[in-house]
Design a protein around this ligand. Structure first.
Ligand code: NAP
Length: 312
Protein backbone atom coordinates (compact mmCIF):
# COMPACT_ATOMS: atom_id res chain seq x y z
CA UNK A 1 0.00 0.00 0.00
CA UNK A 2 1.39 3.42 -1.03
CA UNK A 3 0.19 6.66 0.49
CA UNK A 4 1.03 10.16 -0.74
CA UNK A 5 1.02 13.09 1.68
CA UNK A 6 0.10 16.16 -0.37
CA UNK A 7 -0.54 18.89 2.17
CA UNK A 8 1.40 21.40 4.27
CA UNK A 9 5.11 20.78 3.81
CA UNK A 10 5.93 21.89 7.36
CA UNK A 11 3.69 19.14 8.79
CA UNK A 12 5.15 16.32 6.68
CA UNK A 13 7.29 14.85 9.43
CA UNK A 14 4.52 14.74 12.01
CA UNK A 15 2.08 13.17 9.52
CA UNK A 16 4.70 10.66 8.41
CA UNK A 17 5.40 9.59 11.99
CA UNK A 18 1.71 9.43 12.98
CA UNK A 19 0.71 7.51 9.85
CA UNK A 20 3.50 5.05 10.39
CA UNK A 21 2.41 4.45 13.99
CA UNK A 22 -1.36 4.42 13.52
CA UNK A 23 -1.40 2.25 10.39
CA UNK A 24 0.80 -0.22 12.27
CA UNK A 25 -1.70 -0.11 15.16
CA UNK A 26 -4.36 -1.23 12.65
CA UNK A 27 -2.15 -4.20 11.74
CA UNK A 28 -0.87 -2.86 8.40
CA UNK A 29 2.65 -3.81 7.38
CA UNK A 30 4.81 -3.08 4.34
CA UNK A 31 3.13 0.25 3.54
CA UNK A 32 5.07 3.21 2.16
CA UNK A 33 4.43 6.90 2.79
CA UNK A 34 5.61 9.45 0.24
CA UNK A 35 5.57 13.17 -0.19
CA UNK A 36 5.33 15.07 -3.45
CA UNK A 37 9.06 15.67 -3.82
CA UNK A 38 9.64 11.91 -3.88
CA UNK A 39 10.05 10.31 -7.29
CA UNK A 40 8.12 7.33 -8.69
CA UNK A 41 4.86 8.13 -6.98
CA UNK A 42 2.57 7.16 -9.87
CA UNK A 43 1.29 3.92 -8.32
CA UNK A 44 -0.14 5.62 -5.23
CA UNK A 45 -3.19 4.02 -3.54
CA UNK A 46 -4.32 6.88 -1.30
CA UNK A 47 -3.68 10.63 -1.32
CA UNK A 48 -3.89 12.72 1.85
CA UNK A 49 -4.72 16.15 0.59
CA UNK A 50 -5.12 19.78 1.54
CA UNK A 51 -5.65 22.23 -1.34
CA UNK A 52 -2.55 24.11 -2.48
CA UNK A 53 -2.79 24.01 -6.23
CA UNK A 54 -6.10 24.49 -8.05
CA UNK A 55 -4.83 22.55 -11.07
CA UNK A 56 -3.85 19.42 -9.19
CA UNK A 57 -3.87 16.48 -11.65
CA UNK A 58 -5.04 13.35 -9.83
CA UNK A 59 -5.38 11.37 -13.08
CA UNK A 60 -1.63 10.69 -13.01
CA UNK A 61 -2.20 8.27 -10.11
CA UNK A 62 -3.42 5.24 -12.05
CA UNK A 63 -4.08 3.00 -9.02
CA UNK A 64 -5.68 5.61 -6.81
CA UNK A 65 -8.40 4.24 -4.49
CA UNK A 66 -9.44 7.38 -2.60
CA UNK A 67 -8.47 10.94 -1.67
CA UNK A 68 -8.59 11.92 1.99
CA UNK A 69 -9.15 15.64 2.46
CA UNK A 70 -7.60 17.05 5.62
CA UNK A 71 -10.39 19.62 5.62
CA UNK A 72 -14.10 19.15 6.37
CA UNK A 73 -14.96 21.75 3.72
CA UNK A 74 -14.21 20.32 0.28
CA UNK A 75 -15.68 23.01 -2.00
CA UNK A 76 -12.33 23.78 -3.63
CA UNK A 77 -11.57 20.12 -4.39
CA UNK A 78 -14.94 18.79 -5.52
CA UNK A 79 -14.84 20.63 -8.84
CA UNK A 80 -11.51 19.05 -9.80
CA UNK A 81 -12.37 17.07 -12.94
CA UNK A 82 -9.35 14.79 -12.65
CA UNK A 83 -10.86 13.07 -9.59
CA UNK A 84 -12.66 9.83 -10.44
CA UNK A 85 -12.24 8.07 -7.08
CA UNK A 86 -14.07 8.56 -3.77
CA UNK A 87 -13.32 11.91 -2.12
CA UNK A 88 -13.47 11.74 1.67
CA UNK A 89 -14.05 14.87 3.77
CA UNK A 90 -12.41 15.03 7.17
CA UNK A 91 -14.65 13.74 9.95
CA UNK A 92 -12.66 13.67 13.14
CA UNK A 93 -12.95 14.21 16.83
CA UNK A 94 -10.45 17.07 16.91
CA UNK A 95 -12.32 19.21 14.38
CA UNK A 96 -15.66 18.53 16.04
CA UNK A 97 -14.45 19.23 19.57
CA UNK A 98 -12.64 22.36 18.42
CA UNK A 99 -15.82 23.65 16.80
CA UNK A 100 -17.94 22.82 19.86
CA UNK A 101 -15.54 24.85 22.01
CA UNK A 102 -15.36 27.81 19.64
CA UNK A 103 -19.12 28.00 18.98
CA UNK A 104 -19.97 27.50 22.66
CA UNK A 105 -17.51 30.21 23.69
CA UNK A 106 -19.05 32.78 21.35
CA UNK A 107 -22.60 31.69 22.19
CA UNK A 108 -21.87 32.14 25.91
CA UNK A 109 -20.15 35.44 25.19
CA UNK A 110 -23.35 36.67 23.52
CA UNK A 111 -25.65 35.03 26.06
CA UNK A 112 -23.90 36.62 29.03
CA UNK A 113 -23.22 39.90 27.23
CA UNK A 114 -19.55 39.54 28.12
CA UNK A 115 -18.38 42.16 25.62
CA UNK A 116 -20.27 44.81 27.53
CA UNK A 117 -18.17 44.29 30.65
CA UNK A 118 -14.90 43.49 28.91
CA UNK A 119 -14.94 46.37 26.44
CA UNK A 120 -16.54 49.11 28.50
CA UNK A 121 -14.77 49.04 31.86
CA UNK A 122 -15.29 52.73 32.58
CA UNK A 123 -15.90 53.05 36.33
CA UNK A 124 -19.69 52.86 35.99
CA UNK A 125 -21.30 50.26 38.30
CA UNK A 126 -23.92 48.99 35.85
CA UNK A 127 -25.88 46.21 37.55
CA UNK A 128 -28.14 44.30 35.17
CA UNK A 129 -30.90 42.35 36.93
CA UNK A 130 -32.26 40.97 33.69
CA UNK A 131 -29.75 38.20 32.99
CA UNK A 132 -31.46 35.38 31.12
CA UNK A 133 -30.67 31.74 31.78
CA UNK A 134 -29.71 29.46 28.91
CA UNK A 135 -33.16 27.87 28.60
CA UNK A 136 -34.58 31.32 27.86
CA UNK A 137 -32.24 31.81 24.90
CA UNK A 138 -33.13 30.42 21.46
CA UNK A 139 -30.24 29.18 19.35
CA UNK A 140 -30.61 28.01 15.74
CA UNK A 141 -27.86 25.95 14.15
CA UNK A 142 -27.83 25.96 10.33
CA UNK A 143 -26.31 22.65 9.22
CA UNK A 144 -26.75 19.55 11.35
CA UNK A 145 -23.89 17.53 9.86
CA UNK A 146 -20.94 15.85 11.53
CA UNK A 147 -19.98 19.11 13.22
CA UNK A 148 -23.26 21.07 13.41
CA UNK A 149 -25.21 18.30 15.13
CA UNK A 150 -22.54 17.92 17.82
CA UNK A 151 -22.50 21.69 18.38
CA UNK A 152 -26.32 21.68 18.64
CA UNK A 153 -26.28 18.76 21.11
CA UNK A 154 -23.63 20.40 23.23
CA UNK A 155 -25.60 23.66 23.45
CA UNK A 156 -28.77 21.68 24.23
CA UNK A 157 -26.92 19.86 27.02
CA UNK A 158 -25.80 23.22 28.36
CA UNK A 159 -29.47 24.15 28.66
CA UNK A 160 -30.10 26.38 25.65
CA UNK A 161 -33.30 26.09 23.65
CA UNK A 162 -31.91 24.72 20.38
CA UNK A 163 -33.27 24.39 16.84
CA UNK A 164 -31.43 23.10 13.82
CA UNK A 165 -31.76 23.07 10.05
CA UNK A 166 -30.54 20.56 7.49
CA UNK A 167 -31.36 19.28 4.01
CA UNK A 168 -32.80 15.95 5.21
CA UNK A 169 -35.00 15.79 8.31
CA UNK A 170 -33.14 14.87 11.50
CA UNK A 171 -34.53 13.51 14.75
CA UNK A 172 -32.66 14.37 17.93
CA UNK A 173 -34.24 14.56 21.40
CA UNK A 174 -34.39 18.10 22.74
CA UNK A 175 -33.58 19.75 19.40
CA UNK A 176 -36.30 21.15 17.13
CA UNK A 177 -35.16 19.86 13.76
CA UNK A 178 -36.25 21.67 10.60
CA UNK A 179 -35.36 20.68 7.05
CA UNK A 180 -35.62 21.94 3.51
CA UNK A 181 -35.75 25.40 1.98
CA UNK A 182 -39.34 26.06 3.08
CA UNK A 183 -38.39 25.66 6.73
CA UNK A 184 -35.49 28.13 6.73
CA UNK A 185 -37.71 31.06 7.68
CA UNK A 186 -39.15 29.21 10.68
CA UNK A 187 -35.65 28.18 11.75
CA UNK A 188 -34.42 31.76 11.71
CA UNK A 189 -37.47 33.49 13.19
CA UNK A 190 -37.27 33.72 16.94
CA UNK A 191 -33.59 32.77 17.19
CA UNK A 192 -31.55 35.02 19.46
CA UNK A 193 -28.32 33.54 18.08
CA UNK A 194 -27.91 31.86 14.67
CA UNK A 195 -24.86 29.62 14.23
CA UNK A 196 -23.95 28.83 10.65
CA UNK A 197 -22.21 25.50 10.03
CA UNK A 198 -23.23 24.78 6.45
CA UNK A 199 -20.89 23.73 3.65
CA UNK A 200 -20.40 25.85 0.53
CA UNK A 201 -22.49 24.43 -2.32
CA UNK A 202 -24.47 25.83 -5.24
CA UNK A 203 -27.51 25.92 -2.96
CA UNK A 204 -25.89 27.53 0.07
CA UNK A 205 -23.88 30.33 -1.57
CA UNK A 206 -25.56 33.62 -0.61
CA UNK A 207 -28.14 31.81 1.55
CA UNK A 208 -28.03 34.61 4.10
CA UNK A 209 -28.99 37.64 2.04
CA UNK A 210 -31.23 40.70 2.17
CA UNK A 211 -34.39 38.59 2.17
CA UNK A 212 -33.32 35.92 4.64
CA UNK A 213 -31.82 38.48 7.04
CA UNK A 214 -35.33 39.99 7.17
CA UNK A 215 -36.54 36.70 8.75
CA UNK A 216 -34.16 37.16 11.72
CA UNK A 217 -35.51 38.37 15.05
CA UNK A 218 -34.75 42.06 15.61
CA UNK A 219 -31.37 42.39 17.31
CA UNK A 220 -30.35 38.76 16.69
CA UNK A 221 -26.70 37.75 16.64
CA UNK A 222 -24.97 35.58 14.08
CA UNK A 223 -21.93 33.32 14.30
CA UNK A 224 -20.51 32.01 11.01
CA UNK A 225 -17.92 29.25 11.06
CA UNK A 226 -19.21 27.44 7.94
CA UNK A 227 -18.00 29.28 4.87
CA UNK A 228 -17.83 33.01 4.07
CA UNK A 229 -19.75 32.62 0.81
CA UNK A 230 -22.89 31.63 2.75
CA UNK A 231 -23.33 35.29 3.65
CA UNK A 232 -23.88 38.26 1.35
CA UNK A 233 -21.46 40.69 3.04
CA UNK A 234 -23.31 43.85 1.97
CA UNK A 235 -26.64 42.46 3.17
CA UNK A 236 -25.08 41.64 6.54
CA UNK A 237 -23.52 45.10 6.88
CA UNK A 238 -26.89 46.68 6.01
CA UNK A 239 -28.69 44.47 8.52
CA UNK A 240 -26.18 45.54 11.19
CA UNK A 241 -26.58 49.17 10.18
CA UNK A 242 -30.37 49.04 10.54
CA UNK A 243 -30.21 47.08 13.82
CA UNK A 244 -31.76 43.86 12.50
CA UNK A 245 -28.54 42.07 13.41
CA UNK A 246 -26.94 43.42 16.56
CA UNK A 247 -23.61 41.61 16.24
CA UNK A 248 -21.80 39.12 14.00
CA UNK A 249 -18.87 36.86 14.81
CA UNK A 250 -17.25 35.68 11.60
CA UNK A 251 -14.49 33.11 11.24
CA UNK A 252 -14.78 32.53 7.49
CA UNK A 253 -14.92 34.94 4.56
CA UNK A 254 -15.54 34.99 0.82
CA UNK A 255 -11.96 36.14 0.41
CA UNK A 256 -9.34 34.84 2.83
CA UNK A 257 -7.30 36.35 4.33
CA UNK A 258 -9.98 39.01 4.78
CA UNK A 259 -8.61 42.08 2.90
CA UNK A 260 -7.36 44.82 5.24
CA UNK A 261 -9.79 47.32 3.74
CA UNK A 262 -12.88 45.15 4.25
CA UNK A 263 -15.53 46.93 6.31
CA UNK A 264 -15.87 43.96 8.68
CA UNK A 265 -12.53 44.86 10.27
CA UNK A 266 -13.65 48.31 11.36
CA UNK A 267 -17.28 47.59 12.25
CA UNK A 268 -17.68 47.63 16.04
CA UNK A 269 -20.53 45.14 15.73
CA UNK A 270 -18.46 42.57 13.89
CA UNK A 271 -15.84 40.27 15.40
CA UNK A 272 -13.39 38.81 12.91
CA UNK A 273 -11.42 35.66 13.66
CA UNK A 274 -8.91 34.27 11.11
CA UNK A 275 -10.47 30.89 10.18
CA UNK A 276 -9.41 29.31 13.45
CA UNK A 277 -12.73 27.95 14.74
CA UNK A 278 -11.62 24.33 14.32
CA UNK A 279 -8.25 23.33 12.94
CA UNK A 280 -7.24 19.97 11.47
CA UNK A 281 -5.08 18.36 14.13
CA UNK A 282 -2.62 15.79 12.77
CA UNK A 283 -3.22 13.33 15.63
CA UNK A 284 -7.00 13.02 15.22
CA UNK A 285 -6.91 13.44 11.43
CA UNK A 286 -4.54 10.48 11.14
CA UNK A 287 -6.81 8.44 13.44
CA UNK A 288 -9.64 9.13 11.00
CA UNK A 289 -7.57 8.30 7.88
CA UNK A 290 -6.16 5.07 9.35
CA UNK A 291 -9.66 4.01 10.42
CA UNK A 292 -11.00 4.71 6.92
CA UNK A 293 -8.20 2.77 5.21
CA UNK A 294 -8.93 -0.15 7.53
CA UNK A 295 -12.63 0.11 6.60
CA UNK A 296 -11.76 0.14 2.90
CA UNK A 297 -9.62 -2.98 3.27
CA UNK A 298 -12.57 -4.73 4.95
CA UNK A 299 -14.94 -3.67 2.16
CA UNK A 300 -16.83 -1.19 4.37
CA UNK A 301 -18.01 2.29 3.32
CA UNK A 302 -15.77 5.28 3.98
CA UNK A 303 -16.81 7.63 6.80
CA UNK A 304 -17.12 11.13 5.31
CA UNK A 305 -17.66 10.07 1.69
CA UNK A 306 -18.52 13.17 -0.37
CA UNK A 307 -21.73 13.03 -2.42
CA UNK A 308 -20.79 14.70 -5.70
CA UNK A 309 -24.41 15.45 -6.60
CA UNK A 310 -25.09 17.19 -3.29
CA UNK A 311 -21.70 18.91 -3.35
CA UNK A 312 -20.70 18.05 0.23
P1 NAP B 1 -21.31 17.90 6.86
O1 NAP B 1 -21.20 16.74 7.77
O2 NAP B 1 -21.15 17.69 5.39
O3 NAP B 1 -22.74 18.57 7.16
C1 NAP B 1 -23.30 19.56 6.36
C2 NAP B 1 -24.67 19.89 6.92
O4 NAP B 1 -25.24 20.94 6.12
C3 NAP B 1 -25.64 18.71 6.84
O5 NAP B 1 -26.47 18.69 7.97
C4 NAP B 1 -26.46 19.03 5.60
O6 NAP B 1 -27.77 18.47 5.62
C5 NAP B 1 -26.54 20.53 5.69
N1 NAP B 1 -26.83 21.13 4.39
C6 NAP B 1 -26.08 21.12 3.28
N2 NAP B 1 -26.71 21.75 2.27
C7 NAP B 1 -27.89 22.19 2.78
C8 NAP B 1 -28.98 22.90 2.25
N3 NAP B 1 -29.01 23.32 0.97
N4 NAP B 1 -30.04 23.14 3.05
C9 NAP B 1 -30.05 22.72 4.33
N5 NAP B 1 -29.03 22.04 4.91
C10 NAP B 1 -27.97 21.78 4.13
O7 NAP B 1 -20.25 19.02 7.23
P2 NAP B 1 -19.54 19.27 8.64
O8 NAP B 1 -18.41 18.34 8.83
O9 NAP B 1 -20.59 19.34 9.69
O10 NAP B 1 -18.91 20.71 8.38
C11 NAP B 1 -19.74 21.79 7.99
C12 NAP B 1 -18.89 22.90 7.42
O11 NAP B 1 -18.15 23.55 8.45
C13 NAP B 1 -17.80 22.44 6.43
O12 NAP B 1 -18.33 22.22 5.15
C14 NAP B 1 -16.85 23.60 6.46
O13 NAP B 1 -17.26 24.52 5.47
C15 NAP B 1 -17.06 24.20 7.85
N6 NAP B 1 -15.88 24.07 8.72
C16 NAP B 1 -15.27 25.20 9.13
C17 NAP B 1 -14.18 25.13 9.98
C18 NAP B 1 -13.54 26.38 10.51
O14 NAP B 1 -12.49 26.32 11.11
N7 NAP B 1 -14.18 27.51 10.36
C19 NAP B 1 -13.70 23.88 10.39
C20 NAP B 1 -14.35 22.74 9.94
C21 NAP B 1 -15.45 22.84 9.11
P3 NAP B 1 -28.00 16.87 5.64
O15 NAP B 1 -27.48 16.42 6.99
O16 NAP B 1 -29.45 16.70 5.53
O17 NAP B 1 -27.19 16.33 4.51
Amino acid sequence: MKILYSAKEDEWEIYQELLDRKLSDHGFTGFQIFRETDTKIEDIDFVIYAPKNKNEDFSRYKHLKAIFSLWAGIETIISNETIDVPLIKMVDEGLTKGMIEWCSAHTLRYHLNLDHHIKTQDGAWCFNKNQLLAFERNISVLGLGNIGMEVAKSLRDFGFSVSGWSAQKKFEPGIRCYSGEDALRETLEGADIVICLLPETKKTIGLLNKETFSYFKDGAKIINAGRGSLIDDDALLNSIENGKISHATLDVFSEEPLPQKHLFWSNKNVTVTPHIAAISRPDTCVDSIAMNIARYKKGKDFVGLVDNDKGY
